[in-house]
Design a protein around this ligand. Sequence first.
Ligand code: SF4
Length: 482
Amino acid sequence: MLTKSDFLMGRQCRKRLWLEVQGSGGAAALTPDQRHALEQGQAVGRLAQAQFPQGQLIQATGETALEATAAAIAAGATCLFEAAFSWQGWLVRCDILQRQPQGTWTLIEVKGSTQVKDEHVWDAAVQWAVLKGAGVPVDQVDLMHINRATCVYPDLSTLFHRQDITTDVVARQPEVADRCQQFQAVVAAPSAPAVAIGDHCHQPQRCSFQAQCWQGVPAASIFTIPRLDKKKKRQLIETGCWAIADLAPDFPLSANQRAYVETVRRGEPEIDLQKIADHLATVTFPIHFFDFETFNPAIPRFHGLRPYDAFPFQYSCHVLAADGTVTHQDYLHETADDPRPPLVAALLSHIGPTGSVVAYHQSFEATVLKTLAATFPTHGAALQSIVDRLWDLEVIFKDAYRHPACLGSTSIKKVLPVLVPTLSYDHLPVSNGAIAQAIWEAMVQTPDPVQKQRHRDDLRTYCHQDTWAMVAIYQVLQRLVA
Ligand code: SF4
């Protein structure tokens, strides 16, 4: 039987649906951050269930779940979690199903997002179709999602917001019926349908078959052209034009897009030495190269935080003195309690009252520092002084240094191997901020000291690399303008 996940997959891409159901593997394994997102979704689901104390969990799987659900309903259950129903080859499990006094049922779909999204309505719409088809008298569908507006830790009583989406769900029923038939035909076919790649490979979910479908796409592809609109992209895909090298010279582009395309075509960097020199001249010693790692859980866990508010758990700081010596300081919070008080104390002991604080994409560090200043007013002035001395290294790569190998990105992960080929993030177990969050959570939760040590080392190596990369890039730029 096909499931509601299959339905959503089919809406995204029929080829993906076929590969998932009929293909012989080839899907990319989940990354640590994807696993972490799944676990977070499960935690949200458990908290939502806790709001229905009379709820009964259907634990069985497959056919047995159908039988267990029917038995629970026959025995007079008033609220079911993971109730299973099938109809015409489709099987759904409902997050929460609540019986109303008049005997009808309300379907409650739980989501970890902060608003109703289009795919949520489709998700509920396919459940509605199956419930109706199976003879369940359902007459309302609510989306229960995270409420960021008024929920503040420690009061989690308003963590969820319920929104009635019945009208939208009912309006989609004719299309659900059509698509259910179409998707069954797709999976019954002997081979995958031909579907061109495009934006749907990333939205609404990143497809796990990109390694297969995107094989022929060159690194310098039309997908790297900054802010190229969907219509133009589709037009190029339809004509088989994937490489920037194949782009017609008169293809309509904005000035910025044209400048990027020309840089890629020439294969040479565009460097404005004067602009770089002017920007570098504004930095003052001692130069602190600084980077935070933060965690933003759906369920807030420390005082004053709302759902998805970020709190820092780690930072790294390399300090370059006027005489050229470099020292390193860092902080990593290793337990599950609130990292902010000890982190702020360490931070203020490591960053003195003078000298620039170099960040890459400084608005992120500025936001974290300002939030800490507001949370800990006794340290407000010292933290604000750090905000006032922030100096953004990324600006140079937006304004004055454009390299074809960066493929239109100014991210430090792309810039670093171009300017400092001996350094890269490729070999690191933690290679981006999302994975750092997942590993930090794993580190503070695990009781295994060996695993804890491994996670600790991986996190410190990653954050160290972020600030050491900035030192190395800064030194390359200094040599360039010299
Ligand atoms: S990578 Fe794109 S085209 Fe290929 S299966 Fe996934 S969504 Fe479809």
